[in-house]
Write a protein that binds this ligand. Structure first.
Ligand code: AMP
Length: 218
């Protein structure tokens, strides 16, 4: 049975970094709804403008829209062997939709919480920078690039800082997480589908735990 790996965790917990490693090393596609919306938001359409405004506010895009894009994306050929969800589900309605999707696709859901104490999250998120070319994620406090402001692999590309990674926006995003998404942890835990990993360690140590869970050794 193919696996749906749901990476859970607050903004700044390191879900994106882990999802990228899983994609690179296990060949499972990383489906980041945040990335998909950032891409969609670049267009000059009313929908794009709406998504830009919601993302900028730190609130959530409507369940209907999120559910539609996840349904469409996960039914593509590359998802047949399973896939990694990064940033989805974030509400109970989205979690309910995922249950149906898993049945429809014949997949099993495994939720993994990248657990990071609240106090660390703000610094994790405000320090985050990424390469516009390859998407590599850095952190000015915890994982700085070799040359300040530039990707190690693409030295001509200045790193970007997400508009919603400011201290003010992160507070709203953390509050949204607490209100809407944290309840999903109990939901997956009560059905014995949640595993926790200590997300305060170096990315490779966290990855080693996650890989064991995903490949079924743990
Ligand atoms: P992320 O990159 O996962 O932190 O997502 C950035 C922003 O995209 C969020 O603050 C939301 O506005 C939007 N977003 C991403 N995923 C979802 C989702 N599953 N449900 C609703 N909004 C989302």
């Amino acid at each position: 049975m193919a696996k749906i790996v749901v990476l859970m965790g607050a903004p700044g917990a390191g879900k994106g970094t882990q999802a990228r490693l899983l994609q690179e090393r296990l060949g499972l596609p990383q489906i980041s709804t945040g990335d998909m919306f950032r891409e969609l938001a670049k267009a000059e359409t009313p929908l794009a403008a709406e998504v830009r405004a919601v993302q900028a506010s730190g609130k959530l895009v409507s369940d209907d829209l999120v559910i539609r894009i996840v349904h469409e994306r996960t039914n593509r050929e590359d998802c047949k062997r399973g896939y990694i969800l990064d940033g989805f589900p974030r509400t109970t309605a989205q979690a309910a939709m995922l249950e149906k999707l898993a049945v429809e696709q014949g997949n099993k859901i495994h939720a993994i919480l990248v657990d990071v104490p609240f106090e660390l999250l703000e610094q994790r998120a405000t320090g985050r920078r990424s390469c516009p070319v390859c998407g590599e994620i850095y952190n000015i406090y915890f994982k700085p690039p070799q040359v300040e402001g530039f990707c190690d692999l693409h030295p001509d590309a200045p790193l970007t800082h997400r508009a919603d990674d400011t201290a003010e926006k992160i507070r709203v995003r953390l509050a949204t997480y607490e209100a809407e998404t944290r309840p999903l942890l109990d939901y997956y835990e009560s059905s014995h589908r949640l595993q926790r990993v200590d997300g305060t360690r170096a990315p490779e140590a966290i990855y080693a735990d996650i890989e064991k869970i995903v490949t079924g050794d743990k």
